[in-house]
Design a protein around this ligand. Sequence first.
Ligand code: NAI
Ligand code: A1CAB
Length: 275
Amino acid sequence: MFEKVAFVGGGSIAEAMISGILVKGFLRPDQISATNKSNKARLDYLSKSYGISCNADKKEAIAGADVIILTMKPADISDAINDIKPYVQLNQLIITVLAGVSTGYIADALGLEIPVIRAMPNTSATIGYSATAISAGKYATSDHVQQVELLFSTIGTTTKVDEKDMHTITALSGSGPAYFYYTVESMEAAAAEAGLDETIAKELIIQTLVGAAEMLKSSKYTPRELRKNITSPGGTTQAGVEILEKYNYQEALIACIKRAAERSEELGSAFQIKK
Ligand SMILES: NC(=O)C1=CN([C@@H]2O[C@H](COP(=O)(O)OP(=O)(O)OC[C@H]3O[C@@H](n4cnc5c(N)ncnc54)[C@H](O)[C@@H]3O)[C@@H](O)[C@H]2O)C=CC1
Ligand SMILES: O=C(O)[C@@H]1CCC=N1
Protein backbone atom coordinates (compact mmCIF):
# COMPACT_ATOMS: atom_id res chain seq x y z
CA MET A 1 0.00 0.00 0.00
CA PHE A 2 1.34 3.45 -0.92
CA GLU A 3 2.18 5.87 1.87
CA LYS A 4 2.58 9.02 -0.17
CA VAL A 5 1.58 9.85 -3.73
CA ALA A 6 2.86 12.94 -5.54
CA PHE A 7 1.12 14.36 -8.60
CA VAL A 8 3.40 16.29 -10.95
CA GLY A 9 0.76 18.22 -12.90
CA GLY A 10 -2.41 19.55 -11.32
CA GLY A 11 -4.92 19.75 -14.17
CA SER A 12 -8.13 17.90 -15.10
CA ILE A 13 -6.96 14.30 -14.88
CA ALA A 14 -4.95 14.87 -11.69
CA GLU A 15 -8.02 16.41 -10.07
CA ALA A 16 -10.27 13.60 -11.26
CA MET A 17 -7.88 11.04 -9.77
CA ILE A 18 -7.36 12.93 -6.50
CA SER A 19 -11.09 13.32 -6.07
CA GLY A 20 -11.76 9.64 -6.81
CA ILE A 21 -8.97 8.37 -4.52
CA LEU A 22 -10.22 10.52 -1.63
CA VAL A 23 -13.89 9.69 -2.13
CA LYS A 24 -13.01 5.98 -1.89
CA GLY A 25 -10.83 6.63 1.18
CA PHE A 26 -7.87 4.84 -0.43
CA LEU A 27 -5.52 7.56 0.82
CA ARG A 28 -5.90 10.41 3.28
CA PRO A 29 -5.48 13.97 1.99
CA ASP A 30 -2.19 14.29 3.89
CA GLN A 31 -0.84 11.34 1.84
CA ILE A 32 -1.29 13.25 -1.42
CA SER A 33 0.77 16.11 -2.76
CA ALA A 34 0.58 18.00 -6.02
CA THR A 35 2.71 20.43 -7.94
CA ASN A 36 2.30 22.11 -11.31
CA LYS A 37 4.19 24.28 -13.74
CA SER A 38 3.62 27.67 -12.12
CA ASN A 39 -0.08 28.25 -11.44
CA LYS A 40 -0.18 29.11 -7.73
CA ALA A 41 -3.93 29.86 -7.75
CA ARG A 42 -4.62 26.37 -9.09
CA LEU A 43 -2.50 24.77 -6.36
CA ASP A 44 -4.38 26.84 -3.75
CA TYR A 45 -7.66 25.62 -5.22
CA LEU A 46 -6.55 21.95 -5.07
CA SER A 47 -5.28 22.34 -1.56
CA LYS A 48 -8.47 24.09 -0.35
CA SER A 49 -10.83 21.73 -2.17
CA TYR A 50 -9.20 18.42 -1.23
CA GLY A 51 -7.03 19.19 1.79
CA ILE A 52 -3.97 17.82 -0.01
CA SER A 53 -0.57 19.45 0.32
CA CYS A 54 0.39 21.47 -2.72
CA ASN A 55 3.86 22.75 -3.30
CA ALA A 56 5.26 24.84 -6.14
CA ASP A 57 8.69 23.51 -5.22
CA LYS A 58 9.22 20.25 -7.14
CA LYS A 59 11.77 18.91 -4.69
CA GLU A 60 9.40 19.37 -1.76
CA ALA A 61 6.45 18.02 -3.72
CA ILE A 62 8.04 14.67 -4.53
CA ALA A 63 10.16 14.26 -1.40
CA GLY A 64 9.27 11.07 0.47
CA ALA A 65 6.68 9.99 -2.11
CA ASP A 66 6.72 6.29 -2.91
CA VAL A 67 4.83 7.05 -6.11
CA ILE A 68 5.20 9.96 -8.51
CA ILE A 69 2.29 10.34 -10.93
CA LEU A 70 3.10 12.32 -14.07
CA THR A 71 -0.01 14.23 -15.10
CA MET A 72 1.23 16.99 -17.39
CA LYS A 73 0.58 17.33 -21.12
CA PRO A 74 2.90 15.33 -23.40
CA ALA A 75 4.44 18.58 -24.69
CA ASP A 76 5.59 19.39 -21.13
CA ILE A 77 7.15 16.04 -20.29
CA SER A 78 10.69 16.97 -21.17
CA ASP A 79 10.70 20.13 -19.01
CA ALA A 80 8.87 18.35 -16.20
CA ILE A 81 11.43 15.54 -16.16
CA ASN A 82 14.28 18.02 -16.10
CA ASP A 83 12.59 19.76 -13.15
CA ILE A 84 12.23 16.59 -11.04
CA LYS A 85 15.23 14.58 -12.26
CA PRO A 86 17.66 15.79 -9.59
CA TYR A 87 15.29 14.65 -6.81
CA VAL A 88 13.89 11.35 -8.10
CA GLN A 89 15.07 8.31 -6.15
CA LEU A 90 15.39 4.78 -7.53
CA ASN A 91 13.03 3.43 -4.88
CA GLN A 92 10.20 5.62 -6.18
CA LEU A 93 7.66 4.24 -8.61
CA ILE A 94 6.73 6.42 -11.57
CA ILE A 95 3.24 6.29 -13.02
CA THR A 96 2.55 8.14 -16.25
CA VAL A 97 -0.89 8.87 -17.65
CA LEU A 98 0.41 10.83 -20.63
CA ALA A 99 -1.03 10.12 -24.05
CA GLY A 100 1.54 8.77 -26.46
CA VAL A 101 4.64 8.85 -24.29
CA SER A 102 6.32 5.50 -23.61
CA THR A 103 7.58 4.13 -20.29
CA GLY A 104 10.97 3.61 -21.97
CA TYR A 105 11.30 7.29 -22.79
CA ILE A 106 10.54 8.31 -19.22
CA ALA A 107 13.08 5.94 -17.62
CA ASP A 108 15.62 6.98 -20.24
CA ALA A 109 15.00 10.70 -19.69
CA LEU A 110 15.32 10.25 -15.93
CA GLY A 111 18.56 8.39 -16.57
CA LEU A 112 17.56 5.65 -14.14
CA GLU A 113 16.62 1.99 -14.33
CA ILE A 114 13.46 3.01 -12.52
CA PRO A 115 10.07 1.27 -12.57
CA VAL A 116 7.60 3.13 -14.76
CA ILE A 117 3.99 2.13 -15.24
CA ARG A 118 1.85 3.64 -17.95
CA ALA A 119 -1.84 4.04 -17.20
CA MET A 120 -4.63 5.46 -19.29
CA PRO A 121 -7.58 6.46 -17.11
CA ASN A 122 -10.42 8.78 -18.10
CA THR A 123 -12.13 11.67 -16.34
CA SER A 124 -14.93 9.45 -15.01
CA ALA A 125 -12.32 8.76 -12.33
CA THR A 126 -13.95 11.71 -10.53
CA ILE A 127 -16.89 9.51 -9.60
CA GLY A 128 -15.13 6.15 -9.47
CA TYR A 129 -16.08 5.11 -13.01
CA SER A 130 -12.81 5.33 -14.93
CA ALA A 131 -11.87 2.52 -17.30
CA THR A 132 -8.12 2.45 -16.72
CA ALA A 133 -5.71 0.49 -18.88
CA ILE A 134 -2.35 -0.36 -17.30
CA SER A 135 0.93 -1.52 -18.82
CA ALA A 136 4.30 -2.13 -17.20
CA GLY A 137 7.60 -0.65 -18.30
CA LYS A 138 10.87 -2.59 -18.43
CA TYR A 139 11.86 -2.16 -14.77
CA ALA A 140 8.42 -2.56 -13.22
CA THR A 141 7.70 -5.81 -11.39
CA SER A 142 4.41 -7.66 -11.09
CA ASP A 143 4.25 -6.31 -7.53
CA HIS A 144 4.36 -2.76 -8.87
CA VAL A 145 1.62 -3.60 -11.36
CA GLN A 146 -0.53 -5.06 -8.59
CA GLN A 147 -0.10 -1.97 -6.42
CA VAL A 148 -0.93 0.31 -9.32
CA GLU A 149 -4.01 -1.77 -10.13
CA LEU A 150 -5.08 -1.33 -6.53
CA LEU A 151 -4.59 2.42 -6.75
CA PHE A 152 -6.56 2.74 -9.98
CA SER A 153 -9.25 0.32 -8.83
CA THR A 154 -10.29 3.05 -6.37
CA ILE A 155 -11.33 5.17 -9.34
CA GLY A 156 -12.94 2.52 -11.53
CA THR A 157 -12.05 -0.67 -13.39
CA THR A 158 -8.50 -1.67 -14.36
CA THR A 159 -7.38 -3.70 -17.36
CA LYS A 160 -3.83 -4.91 -17.95
CA VAL A 161 -2.71 -4.32 -21.53
CA ASP A 162 0.41 -4.43 -23.71
CA GLU A 163 2.07 -1.05 -24.03
CA LYS A 164 1.98 -1.39 -27.82
CA ASP A 165 -1.83 -1.17 -27.64
CA MET A 166 -1.84 2.03 -25.61
CA HIS A 167 -2.32 4.37 -28.61
CA THR A 168 -5.55 2.62 -29.59
CA ILE A 169 -6.68 2.41 -25.97
CA THR A 170 -6.01 6.10 -25.42
CA ALA A 171 -8.24 6.84 -28.41
CA LEU A 172 -10.91 4.39 -27.25
CA SER A 173 -11.32 4.81 -23.49
CA GLY A 174 -9.05 7.74 -22.59
CA SER A 175 -10.81 10.07 -25.01
CA GLY A 176 -13.95 7.92 -25.07
CA PRO A 177 -16.14 9.88 -22.63
CA ALA A 178 -15.87 12.90 -24.94
CA TYR A 179 -17.50 11.01 -27.81
CA PHE A 180 -20.49 10.17 -25.62
CA TYR A 181 -20.70 13.75 -24.31
CA TYR A 182 -20.69 14.94 -27.91
CA THR A 183 -23.56 12.58 -28.69
CA VAL A 184 -25.50 13.87 -25.68
CA GLU A 185 -24.84 17.47 -26.79
CA SER A 186 -26.34 16.59 -30.17
CA MET A 187 -29.38 14.90 -28.61
CA GLU A 188 -29.90 17.94 -26.38
CA ALA A 189 -29.69 20.21 -29.39
CA ALA A 190 -32.29 18.11 -31.20
CA ALA A 191 -34.60 18.22 -28.16
CA ALA A 192 -34.19 22.00 -27.90
CA GLU A 193 -34.94 22.45 -31.60
CA ALA A 194 -38.13 20.45 -31.10
CA GLY A 195 -39.08 22.78 -28.23
CA LEU A 196 -38.71 20.24 -25.42
CA ASP A 197 -38.11 21.51 -21.92
CA GLU A 198 -34.36 21.38 -21.17
CA THR A 199 -34.67 19.68 -17.78
CA ILE A 200 -37.03 17.05 -19.11
CA ALA A 201 -34.75 16.41 -22.11
CA LYS A 202 -31.68 16.11 -19.88
CA GLU A 203 -33.37 13.64 -17.54
CA LEU A 204 -34.59 11.45 -20.39
CA ILE A 205 -31.32 11.50 -22.36
CA ILE A 206 -29.09 10.70 -19.39
CA GLN A 207 -31.27 7.85 -18.16
CA THR A 208 -31.38 6.50 -21.72
CA LEU A 209 -27.58 6.53 -21.82
CA VAL A 210 -27.25 4.92 -18.38
CA GLY A 211 -29.85 2.30 -19.30
CA ALA A 212 -28.10 1.48 -22.57
CA ALA A 213 -24.76 1.19 -20.76
CA GLU A 214 -26.27 -1.15 -18.16
CA MET A 215 -27.86 -3.23 -20.92
CA LEU A 216 -24.49 -3.50 -22.69
CA LYS A 217 -22.94 -4.62 -19.42
CA SER A 218 -25.50 -7.14 -18.27
CA SER A 219 -27.32 -8.45 -21.33
CA LYS A 220 -26.28 -11.56 -23.24
CA TYR A 221 -26.95 -9.76 -26.52
CA THR A 222 -24.37 -8.01 -28.69
CA PRO A 223 -24.72 -4.24 -29.28
CA ARG A 224 -26.01 -5.02 -32.77
CA GLU A 225 -28.68 -7.39 -31.39
CA LEU A 226 -29.68 -4.87 -28.76
CA ARG A 227 -30.07 -2.25 -31.47
CA LYS A 228 -32.11 -4.65 -33.62
CA ASN A 229 -34.44 -5.29 -30.65
CA ILE A 230 -35.35 -1.59 -30.59
CA THR A 231 -35.73 -1.28 -34.33
CA SER A 232 -39.29 -2.12 -35.33
CA PRO A 233 -39.55 -2.61 -39.09
CA GLY A 234 -40.84 0.62 -40.59
CA GLY A 235 -40.74 2.28 -37.18
CA THR A 236 -39.09 5.37 -35.71
CA THR A 237 -35.70 3.84 -34.86
CA GLN A 238 -35.26 2.48 -38.36
CA ALA A 239 -36.12 5.88 -39.82
CA GLY A 240 -33.62 7.55 -37.48
CA VAL A 241 -30.81 5.05 -38.00
CA GLU A 242 -31.23 5.33 -41.76
CA ILE A 243 -30.28 8.98 -41.39
CA LEU A 244 -27.21 8.03 -39.30
CA GLU A 245 -26.24 5.62 -42.09
CA LYS A 246 -26.81 8.32 -44.72
CA TYR A 247 -24.33 10.51 -42.78
CA ASN A 248 -21.88 7.57 -42.46
CA TYR A 249 -22.06 7.72 -38.66
CA GLN A 250 -20.26 4.42 -38.15
CA GLU A 251 -17.45 5.30 -40.55
CA ALA A 252 -17.16 8.68 -38.86
CA LEU A 253 -16.71 7.07 -35.44
CA ILE A 254 -14.20 4.54 -36.75
CA ALA A 255 -12.24 7.33 -38.42
CA CYS A 256 -12.45 9.36 -35.20
CA ILE A 257 -10.88 6.58 -33.15
CA LYS A 258 -8.23 5.86 -35.78
CA ARG A 259 -7.29 9.53 -35.94
CA ALA A 260 -7.15 9.85 -32.13
CA ALA A 261 -4.85 6.79 -31.96
CA GLU A 262 -2.68 8.27 -34.69
CA ARG A 263 -2.54 11.52 -32.72
CA SER A 264 -1.36 9.58 -29.67
CA GLU A 265 1.49 8.22 -31.79
CA GLU A 266 2.28 11.72 -33.04
CA LEU A 267 2.32 13.12 -29.50
CA GLY A 268 4.72 10.40 -28.43
CA SER A 269 6.94 10.51 -31.50
CA ALA A 270 8.85 13.52 -30.18
CA PHE A 271 9.76 11.50 -27.11
CA GLN A 272 11.65 8.45 -28.26
CA ILE A 273 14.32 6.53 -26.40
CA LYS A 274 17.77 7.84 -27.32
CA LYS A 275 19.90 5.13 -28.90
N1 NAI B 1 -8.03 14.88 -19.49
C1 NAI B 1 -8.23 13.60 -19.72
O1 NAI B 1 -9.37 13.12 -19.89
C2 NAI B 1 -7.08 12.64 -19.73
C3 NAI B 1 -5.79 13.10 -19.80
N2 NAI B 1 -4.75 12.21 -19.84
C4 NAI B 1 -3.38 12.70 -19.92
O2 NAI B 1 -3.15 13.46 -18.75
C5 NAI B 1 -2.26 14.50 -19.03
C6 NAI B 1 -2.79 15.78 -18.45
O3 NAI B 1 -4.02 16.10 -19.06
P1 NAI B 1 -4.98 17.19 -18.42
O4 NAI B 1 -5.08 16.95 -16.97
O5 NAI B 1 -6.21 17.19 -19.24
O6 NAI B 1 -4.10 18.52 -18.69
P2 NAI B 1 -4.18 19.92 -17.97
O7 NAI B 1 -3.70 20.92 -18.94
O8 NAI B 1 -5.52 20.11 -17.34
O9 NAI B 1 -3.09 19.80 -16.80
C7 NAI B 1 -1.72 19.71 -17.03
C8 NAI B 1 -0.97 20.09 -15.76
O10 NAI B 1 0.42 19.87 -15.95
C9 NAI B 1 1.11 20.94 -15.34
N3 NAI B 1 2.48 21.08 -15.85
C10 NAI B 1 2.93 21.52 -17.04
N4 NAI B 1 4.26 21.55 -17.08
C11 NAI B 1 4.70 21.09 -15.89
C12 NAI B 1 5.97 20.92 -15.30
N5 NAI B 1 7.11 21.22 -15.96
N6 NAI B 1 6.05 20.45 -14.03
C13 NAI B 1 4.92 20.18 -13.34
N7 NAI B 1 3.68 20.33 -13.84
C14 NAI B 1 3.56 20.80 -15.10
C15 NAI B 1 0.25 22.15 -15.63
O11 NAI B 1 0.60 23.25 -14.78
C16 NAI B 1 -1.13 21.56 -15.33
O12 NAI B 1 -1.38 21.59 -13.96
C17 NAI B 1 -2.04 14.54 -20.52
O13 NAI B 1 -0.76 14.02 -20.78
C18 NAI B 1 -3.11 13.64 -21.08
O14 NAI B 1 -2.64 12.93 -22.19
C19 NAI B 1 -4.94 10.87 -19.72
C20 NAI B 1 -6.21 10.36 -19.61
C21 NAI B 1 -7.38 11.19 -19.67
O1 A1CAB C 1 -7.11 14.49 -25.31
C1 A1CAB C 1 -6.08 14.01 -24.83
O2 A1CAB C 1 -4.99 14.10 -25.42
C2 A1CAB C 1 -6.13 13.28 -23.51
C3 A1CAB C 1 -5.70 11.85 -23.62
C4 A1CAB C 1 -6.91 11.03 -23.38
C5 A1CAB C 1 -7.93 11.99 -22.99
N1 A1CAB C 1 -7.48 13.20 -23.03
